[in-house]
Structure formats: structure tokens, C-alpha cells
Design a protein around this ligand. Structure first.
Ligand code: UDP
Length: 334
């Protein structure tokens, strides 16, 4: 089967909007399904927007009947780990019940291919690094549990009803579209790179650095940053593989690179030419010491290689985007 249209649930959000652009660049039509609860209408630029919540069966059904997508990409989810601990019911409802509803309607309407946004948070504190797909799944957050539950639901539904799915377990998605057409616009922003950029340009005071007493070379956590455009590209490859009959795919989607938080701050200083003021803070609850992917399986299964995921490209594309969105040059000229 050849894909023509792809329904992108959560396509007005950070990763979803990059995926929509990648779908368009691949010669397919992206149909965005988003309730705009956290996504942005201005980020829907590469195809139509259907404004509906994934928990609304009628809304999902109407979008599928109108556009007849060959596959669905599911990005619509609550993602802020702290928020999940404070309001778990909201997380389970959005992430688990929402995904289940989406999949039920897909199957009722005969759409069998799903690329699902999962996370390395399903592994919890890993026993071994780099992380391979076979490691035990022991999430330590509500957020991680919602994603693991979704994967389990997808496996069961796949066995019973022939759903084909790819669960892509993201590491740290970061950076922005190299052409500056979309980028990261979370509110509130909790992620390292945008927060470091904010601090570098003097927006909102120094960045809180959560913990410098970890057992790592410089005392700060180690992460695997993957450029969001590389990540989006993997979704296209996965959708095509599913449509070609690959069977289900469960893949760690990181760059395989490792950077400490302090190394990221240095990259921000190189990109902006400005120091990043920081306030030292205690460890943030739930942060694993180190998370980085073994990328053997994703490279083999998808024929994918990251092209933009070195830390300087990640940070400089994020900087170019935020510099424009925050009007940094205009403010400097005032
Ligand atoms: N971090 C930090 N200050 C911030 C945001 C993040 O020190 O304002 C640290 C965080 O403690 C973690 C790393 O940066 O060690 C990456 O955090 P982020 O929230 O970007 O992604 P996560 O790895 O939690 O998904």
C-alpha cells in the first residue's frame, strides 16, 4: 500500500508540526488533528487543520471519513512530567484513554497503520547503558506509565485486530526546523535548551540547574539530544515500513550522542555568544542520572541516520528560532 495522506494527531505541537512538514516534504499530505489545547494554530502550515480532541470519537471519525488517511501519527499527549504527578487522572485520560479512542475509531474506519510517540521514560532508571529495546520497562513517572500502557494496549489490539504500529521511544527531542518555520513553544517551558537560551538573553532570570552532584564526569545529568527534524524523518520511514508490511516496530529513537547538562550550556554559549547565568538547585525529582540510546535497531529497521543531531546544530537551530520568536534583535536595538 502506498500512503497519500497521513493524519497527524497533535500536529500543531512541537514534534507534530515538524512531522507535518516532513510529511509534506516526502510528497504526502499531512492532515492535522489537534484541539489546540497546547498546540498552536500558526504551527499548522503544511496541510489542513481539523480541530478536535482525540477523545472525541465523532471528531476523529469525521476527520478520517473526510480525508481517508493511510496512516495516523499520534503525538497528542500531555508531556510535562511534574504535571503528571500532580494530576494523574488528567494524564491517564488524555494519553491513555485518548490514544485508545483514536485507535478504536481508526480500526472502525479501516485505518490500520499507526506511528505512536513513545518515550525512553518507559524504561525508568535503566539497568544498563546505552539503552536497548529489550531492557525492563519500569517507568518511574505517571508520564512514563501512560506511554507504556499505550504500548501494551497497542500490542493487544494489534494481535486481536491486525493493527500495525511503530512505537518510537524518543530520547530528548530538541532543536528547531533548520528553515525556522516551526520550533519549540511550550508554555510553561520546562526543557533544558529553551530555558538556557532564555537565560542567555535575560528572559526570566538565571536558569535553574537541577543538580551538580550526580556521578558523572562534571556532576550533571547525561542526555541524548536528537534533532526534532531527524526525529520527524524517522516517522516517515516508520509509516512507510508499516504500510509495506514490516510488522510492528518498537524502536529507541535517540541520536546515540551523549551530552551533560553543562556541555549543553556551553553549546548555548557558543551559539549565542552570551554567558548562561545559572542558579544551582537540588536535583529535580524523577531525573535519571544518564539516558542515551543504543541506535543499532532503529538504524537497521528504518535505514535511518541522524543528520542534524550534533549538539551545536541542535542548539543553533533552536537559537535561530527563538531569536526570531522572542524578537531578540529588535529588543537589543531599542
Ligand atoms: N534541566 C535543568 N534546568 C532546566 C531544565 C532541565 O537543569 O531548566 C536538566 C534536567 O534536570 C535534566 C536535563 O536538564 O537533567 C534535561 O531535562 P529536560 O527537562 O530538558 O528533559 P528530560 O530529560 O527531563 O526529558
Amino acid at each position: 500500500m502506498t500512503l497519500q495522506r497521513i493524519l497527524i494527531a497533535g500536529g500543531a505541537g512541537y514534534i507534530g508540526s515538524h512531522a507535518a512538514k516532513a510529511v509534506r516534504l516526502a510528497g504526502l499530505e499531512p492532515i492535522v488533528l489537534d484541539d489546540l489545547s497546547s498546540g498552536h494554530e500558526h504551527a499548522v502550515r503544511w496541510g489542513p487543520l481539523v480541530r478536535a480532541d482525540i477523545r472525541n470519537a465523532d471528531g476523529v471519525r469525521a476527520a478520517i471519513r473526510e480525508y481517508k488517511p493511510g496512516a495516523v501519527m499520534q503525538f497528542a499527549a500531555r508531556i510535562e512530567v511534574g504535571e503528571g504527578e500532580k494530576d494523574p487522572a488528567h494524564f491517564y485520560d488524555n494519553n491513555v484513554a485518548g490514544t485508545l479512542n483514536l485507535v478504536r475509531v481508526m480500526l472502525e474506519e479501516g485505518v490500520k497503520n499507526l506511528v505512536f510517540s513513545s518515550t525512553c521514560a518507559i524504561y525508568g532508571d535503566p539497568e544498563r547503558l546505552p539503552l536497548t529495546e529489550d531492557l525492563p520497562k519500569k517507568p518511574v513517572s505517571v508520564y512514563g506509565r501512560t506511554k507504556l500502557m499505550c504500548e501494551q494496549i497497542l500490542e493487544d489490539i494489534s494481535k486481536a485486530h491486525g493493527l500495525n504500529f511503530a512505537a518510537l521511544r524518543y530520547f530528548n527531542a530538541a532543536g528547531a526546523d533548520p528553515e525556522g518555520e516551526t520550533g519549540e513553544e511550550h508554555d510553561p517551558e520546562t526543557h533544558l535548551i529553551p530555558n538556557a537560551l532564555k537565560a542567555a538573553v535575560g528572559l526570566g532570570g538565571p536558569m535553574k540547574l537541577f543538580g551538580n552532584d550526580y556521578p558523572t564526569p562534571d556532576g550533571t545529568c547525561i542526555r541524548d539530544f536528537i534533532h526534532v527534524t531527524d526525529l520527524a524523518e524517522a516517522h516517515i520511514l516508520a509509516a512507510n515500513r508499516l504500510a509495506a508490511g514490516s510488522g510492528n516496530l518498537q524502536l529507541n529513537l535517540g541520536s546515540g550522542n551523549r551530552n551533560t547538562v553543562l556541555e549543553v550550556l556551553q553549546a548555548v554559549e557558543r551559539a549565542t555568544g552570551r554567558p548562561v547565568p545559572v542558579t544551582m538547585c537540588p536535583r529535580r525529582p524523577g531525573d535519571a542520572i544518564a539516558l542515551y540510546a543504543d541506535t543499532t535497531k532503529v538504524r537497521r529497521e528504518l535505514g535511518w541516520t541522524p543528520k542534524l543531531s550534533d549538539i551545536d546544530t541542535v542548539v543553533s537551530t533552536a537559537w535561530a528560532f527563538h531569536r526570531r520568536v522572542w524578537n531578540v534583535d529588535a529588543k537589543a536595538a531599542e
